[in-house]
Design a protein around this ligand. Structure first.
Ligand SMILES: NC(=O)c1ccc[n+]([C@@H]2O[C@H](COP(=O)([O-])OP(=O)(O)OC[C@H]3O[C@@H](n4cnc5c(N)ncnc54)[C@H](OP(=O)(O)O)[C@@H]3O)[C@@H](O)[C@H]2O)c1
Length: 347
């Protein structure tokens, strides 16, 4: 049995779901993988932070957060307020970076992950920023340090879009990517098909915790743009940022447009595409009317899909039904197992 010390930077929806999953899977990790994860450090922005080299009681941490109390009560030693100092003091083998995404530059998450890799820790994240703005340098640094930088949960939550391409289709050259990658907008469009106005559908998405209070990151296409940029960066091996995506959101989709599509036997979807051409990569996020001959036509509610076209397999699609923070947490767990079990050296 090998014990791995984990540091959780960010303990919101994803960090808390990951803590619950670690406890649920503890026996299986021990029996099947001989892994014993122990969380030795947890940091939030405003709800305190704790370090305990002997392991933090995760139920106690979850209870403190749920009851609005600070995590500091669980700290066995002073926990630095500065995040880089916190990572350095954590004594961890693996950093989990789950702080909010920056669409503009990926910071401060890139600095957090760089600090962990420099210390010889593996780094795992659900945060898209470091992938889009730091994938190549962070992956090179990880390789230099003999550790892994993994990020399965950044696109399509726990669905293995990165792991599948890395592990099971080696030497495939992907030249086209198409998908419905944003759950919130697909849920809104699905509810509008059932007769709701745009505002009613947004309010429903907010009421079930899918859409944020300010839903513009989703409805204006930013989340889709950063996800297609992450897929281009990693799967097409070309750095690409959201500002280069030709981006259009769903605000112009009216009930009349939904009804007109229905009359033609079609549906509106917010489609992400990326195409590799001789003169570079063209990426687009835009609403499109799709018919039953398109895989995206069948995608309802919060479900998402990606279709990859390569020189060896034609088209290959992956569908993820009804994601949640639990599926995101599973992507982190899969990355943890892959990191410490030392699967293929590439990120
Ligand atoms: N929710 C999902 O299902 C999902 C799916 C895929 C990817 N992601 C990505 O996963 C990441 C986390 O998402 P989430 O839903 O868990 O977000 P969240 O609920 O807002 O939690 C963010 C956490 O980060 C903490 N934090 C914020 N600024 C910090 C700082 N400077 N230093 C340390 N901690 C800080 C927050 O603390 P306070 O609350 O005290 O500020 C909170 O604990 C994001 O990058 C998101 O895009 C989320």
């Amino acid at each position: 049995m090998k014990t791995y010390k984990l540091a959780l930077l960010g303990f919101g929806h994803v960090g808390q779901a990951f803590a619950r999953l670690l406890m649920r899977k503890a026996d299986q990790l021990a029996d099947e993988y001989r892994i014993q994860p122990v969380v030795t450090a947890i940091a939030t922005g405003s709800r305190g932070r704790a370090i305990d080299p002997n392991g933090i009681d995760l139920w106690a941490a979850l209870n403190l957060i749920e009851s609005g109390q600070m995590l500091d009560n669980l700290s066995a030693e002073p926990a630095p307020e500065d995040n880089i100092a916190f990572i350095q003091a954590s004594g961890a083998d693996v950093l989990f970076e789950n702080t909010p995404v920056s669409y503009l530059d990926g910071q401060p998450a890139i600095d957090h992950i760089r600090a962990a890799l420099e210390m010889g820790m593996h780094a795992v994240t659900a945060n898209k920023g470091p992938v889009v703005y730091g994938y190549h340098t962070l992956t090179a640094l990880a390789a230099q340090k003999g550790v892994r930088f993994l990020f399965e949960s950044t696109v399509m939550d726990g669905a293995p879009v990165f792991g599948m391409t890395r592990e099971t289709i080696p030497a495939a050259n992907i030249h086209r990517i198409e998908g419905v990658l944003n759950s919130t907008t697909n849920l809104i469009l699905t509810h509008m098909e059932n007769g709701e106005s745009f505002d009613e559908a947004v309010r429903y998405a907010q009421s079930i915790g899918i859409a944020e209070t300010d839903p513009s990151g989703d409805v204006d296409g930013w989340d889709s743009a950063i996800k297609i940029s992450a897929l281009i960066t990693v799967l097409m091996k070309t750095p690409f940022t959201p500002d280069k995506v030709n981006r259009d959101g769903i605000k112009e989709i009216t009930p009349e447009k939904i009804a007109a599509a229905k009359a033609e036997g079609k549906r509106w979807k917010l489609i992400c595409t990326a195409e590799k051409r001789a003169d570079g990569i063209e990426a687009k996020v835009a609403p499109a009317m799709v018919g039953p001959d398109t895989p995206a036509y069948t995608i309802d509610g919060t479900t998402s899909i990606v279709t990859l076209e390569s020189d060896v397999l034609g088209t290959l699609s992956l569908i993820e039904a009804d994601p949640s923070p639990i599926t995101t947490a599973y992507g982190l767990l899969a990355d943890l197992i892959n990191a410490v079990k030392g699967r293929s050296a590439k990120g």
